[in-house]
Design a protein around this ligand. Sequence first.
Ligand code: ADP
Ligand code: MG
Length: 921
Amino acid sequence: MNQPAEKSQHLSLLHDQGQISLLTTLPPSEVLPTLGSGVDGITQVEATRRLLEYGHNTVDDHGKPPVWMRFIGECTHFFALILWVAAGLAILGDRLSPDKGMLHLAIAIVVVVLLNAFFSFLQAYRAERALDALRGMLPPKAKVIRDSRLTELPVEVVVPGDILILEEGDKVPADARILESLELQVSLATLTGESLPVVRNADSSIARNPLEATNIVLAGTEIISGSARVLVYATGMMTEFGRIAHLTQAIPERKSALQSEIRHISIMVGILALSMGCAVFLMGQFINVPFWENLIFTIGIIVALVPEGLLPTLTLSLALASQRMARRKALVRHLPAVEALGATTVICTDKTGTLTENRMSVGAMYVDGVTLTRGQIPSSEKTGLTWISRIASECHSVRNVLRDGESTRIGDGMEIALLEFALEQGHEKVAGERVWQQGFDGDRKRMSVACRAGSSTTLLCKGALQGVLPVCTSMFEDGQTHPLDSARLKRINDAEAAIAAKGLRVIAFAFREVKPGHTPSEQELIFTGLIGLEDPVRPEVPEAIQKCQIAGIKVIMLTGDHPMTALTVARQIGLVRGDPVHLVLGSEIVTMSASQLGIILDQPNVVVARVTADQKRRVVQALQRKRHRVALTGDGVNDAPALKSADIGIAMGITGTDVAKEAADIILMDDNFATIVAAIEEGRAVYANIRKFLTYILASNVPELITCLTFMIFRVPLPLTGLQVLAIDLGTDMFPAIALGAEPAERGLMSHPPRSLDERLLDRGTLLRAYVWLGLMESVIAMLLYFIALDESGWHFGVELDRFDPVYLKATTSCFAAICMVQLVNAFNCRHTTLSIFDRRAPPNADLLIGLSLGVAFVLLLIYLPIGNRLFNTTPLESTVWVVLLPLALIFIALEEARKRWVRRSMLRGPNGKLSNSTNL
Ligand code: ADP
Ligand code: MG
């Protein structure tokens, strides 16, 4: 058993930086033994051993800032900075006039900042972990040859010595030497930033830099076209990518609309707090308030106006929503995309696989000059059908792999269907060797391979007729080759139109012999026939389309398919109804100006057919210029730019390539269009929820402010201490706020149009409702209880009270209790801007009841426990206080109910009778 040791020696040699010449200069057959591998790969047993020795093929996230840095970040965001200032002021005040309890306040503020930072950090951290876990639900797979069989395995278990198959759209899982390749092109963008693909092949190379060696593919790079068989020499942290991950910082993520809006809100509210604080401090100095008193007051204002609980609640609600979406089979890759999805106004969707099931079967055929339907298809003859079968069984990228122990075909659904059709026809694969290939891409709309059997080489081609016919010069009919004259061309095109009109996807077939010594090229091919493939519409799609129409979301089908096929499917799913129909062809898109395109796309009944990936991007941009928020689906390598330029890029989880998934914001685990609609609904719910808790959290800042102002203006003892303010903002308020952030989607959410691009989260309506209406009512109740308590103890205006005077304690506790309790019932008010709290359309939220119970328990602890009394300057209250508070809280609810009723009525009566924008005031 000293063989493994010997192997490891080779391996460690190869791992030395710069020592790749052994790999790159030797021919493939000699490279294999240096890594203890053979043409059939290594055995499973050996692989297991190597996995132990070299570890899993994963790269640690060194790009991310370390944990302590991120914690510091949470301590230094805008709200936190303001609070630090407040704490500084409190310390200053304590220096100037000790014994006023200012040190206490300073400490409390610092504790709050730290606690808050800790919670925010914890939330963000957990959200991130949850996202990671969600991503893990779609584990990237590698095609590995083990024990001489092609097996699909998670990329983590790939080890040095493994032989991999790489194909178009794959992300390279490890550093590897190419053994064999066909037209391979690789994008190094992830490593070098260079976006133009480079050619790679198996030939020896003398370059010493792995990035330049033409026979090396590196982990993290992407296969743009072609395919290869490669030998892994480095995995995990030993790869170039792993090394770079050590050095580079994570690329900063593009700020989403939500992030910038939240930033905007924090700055606005922060500036409001600071300027209020300063203005009032100056005023205090002006009217000769004692300095320390003035300082307490200023700090109070600042602390009162900063919504400390906002950021952690926000992260939490987004994270919860991303989990709900995952349950509905939509995986979110960036948290803010959750909310952005809710604002979608247009969905541009693929047809195949998204609207249809991608379960294809042959439904019609055109061969030897006649169109045949399913029942009439002859079983193998010496006619053109033989050629079609041969092409179907050779010209594809389908592979048989061992997946979870079972042998399955993986690849394009259509190619699998064609392959199975060929087998049904009794066409066994001719033992030919593929010597050349040009993979399918949406621009050329065809795919070709060249196969050598004995001394003859044949080029086999299939694709859309539009892609194949231009490279054909003759036609195979009744066993003979005829020139492609105009009569034949017309017959072919008519046949295609007839098949497409049935909603079938049309594939054309062609071939030619390649003369010895010539390189194959897609020229002067012999056209042999057409096949029409049936692909049933997904049963849930028509309903989803209808849902979009009700929700004011436009759906545009963007397909590479024949316009008639597209139109028929569009009619089947209800995307197109009646006339007129606007069929836009990809070729027309190029000739149109952006505004012309925008105008056409705005029409009803639009279907875009025969598009290429670049034309998809133009469509997205034209829509964006018309101020649409565009969600776009894609699966191929070419779709990546379009996916990136869309507001929400959606990749297919099953048929999508790694490249497309990497470029997308959201991945559909089931490739299903209906899932997009479900996710949009969740996105809308999140937006509504954010607004709910924003209103809620802001409302309680008003009584906190008013109590402070009363103290200042009327020279009464301070009704609410700084610590009590913090106890509300980060204690009692938090539980219901979090519950509001997790509210289920209300019914009717998908019956109004998407919010407009100009709509702000914190608009005037929300601001007025929170600050002026709800906040002011809460203030009145709080002050009422404060003065009732003072009055009962026989306090007279102008009498100063000590911080520990029982009379003062009772009054301030009453005020505190009032704000807490009123704010707790306010959670019901904030569940909707216009719907009554008794309205059935808002489903019950059990979390809210839990949140409220926790909130109540917390208030009672602060008021009735000695430790609560000591820390927060409270005293146990008599039951009479609660008896007074209860009816006031009910009046509070009743008044808000009256306002909602009034708004509902005036919306009905509104100038244009629109009842739509129910999320607005
Ligand atoms: P879709 O929007 O329906 O996914 P595609 O761009 O994938 O459209 O395909 C456009 C056309 O290209 C199809 O109608 C078909 O004729 C042809 N085509 C699709 N896939 C392949 C393939 N793997 N090989 C050859 N031709 C293909
Ligand atoms: Mg497709």
